[in-house]
Design a protein. Structure first.
Length: 265
């Protein structure tokens, strides 16, 4: 009888430890406060992104002289049914391994480490100096051709994705890929980010409200996001109390049956 109590205690302990607590599955939790309307300082805007190798830019030039402008704006002669991503692949300006882009007529331009606004001002200065007069009303638009990222691991839909916006948060990126299931570890999401000298690995805890102030809360082009599974998934004991109880009950039933069979022999 004494051994039965030990077995039951052990199985109940496994059941309780296998359940995933709410704190590990709830996003952006705040600390309890007596002030219901307290203001939480959150950095809503990220710092200006600086261009890296393999970034893809969309550049458009507008002016009063359409004929001269057409020299700088590439015209697509590809399949008219091509997707937006395919069009940008053929018409966009890729930052090569030396940090340059090649613009028609202007030629190579060093853009590594610059912001899109700095590239725009640089192009405008060259155009006004060599090709246009002030009266031409030159208007240059420079944008990153979508924010591409890859997300793998314990996620609803893994793979690469591209979002055509100036900035996106990691919450939006995760939502666009089907969200992190209960078995995913939201407390330690890994971000592999590209820098001029290589890549660095960063970590962010998405269960803490302070994550919104993290420099990794905003996704940058070519980010790799990895969500690891919680230990409960590898144990296979269930993610909720009911699932764990069902599993433990099955184990108890099997052990009891085995013990009874040995007693009868």
């Amino acid at each position: 009888m004494k051994y039965q109590h030990i077995v039951y205690f052990f199985l109940i302990a496994i059941c309780l430890s296998s359940c995933i607590p709410t704190k590990r599955i709830t996003y952006l939790q705040e600390e309890l406060s007596t002030e219901t309307d307290s203001l939480i300082p959150i950095r809503k805007m990220q710092e200006d992104y600086r261009l890296q190798i393999n970034d893809l830019l969309s550049i458009r030039v507008k002016a009063l002289d359409d004929n001269l402008v057409n020299i700088f704006n590439p015209v697509s002669d590809n399949n008219p049914n091509a997707t937006r991503e395919e069009s940008l692949y053929y018409e966009g300006f890729k930052v090569d391994n030396q940090g340059n882009i090649r613009i028609p007529t202007i030629g190579k331009m060093q853009v590594l480490g610059l912001t899109v606004d700095e590239v725009r001002l640089k192009i405008e200065a060259i155009l006004l100096r060599d090709y246009f007069k002030e009266e031409a009303n030159v208007f240059v638009t420079v944008k990153i051709a979508g924010i591409r990222y890859t997300i793998n691991g314990e996620i609803g839909r893994s793979g690469s994705n591209i979002i055509y916006r100036d900035q996106i948060t990691i919450m939006e990126a995760i939502g666009a890929n089907g969200d992190i299931p209960v078995t995913g570890d939201k407390t330690d999401v890994i971000i592999i980010r590209q820098y001029p000298l290589g890549q660095k690995v960063h970590h962010i805890d998405l269960t803490n409200i302070d994550a919104m102030n993290s420099p990794y809360f905003f996704v940058q082009p070519n980010d790799q996001i990895i969500v690891n599974p919680l230990p409960q998934k590898s144990l296979g004991t269930g993610t909720t109390g009911l699932q764990s109880f069902t599993t433990v009950l099955s184990v108890i039933t099997a052990l009891t049956t085995t013990i009874l069979l040995f007693i009868r022999l």
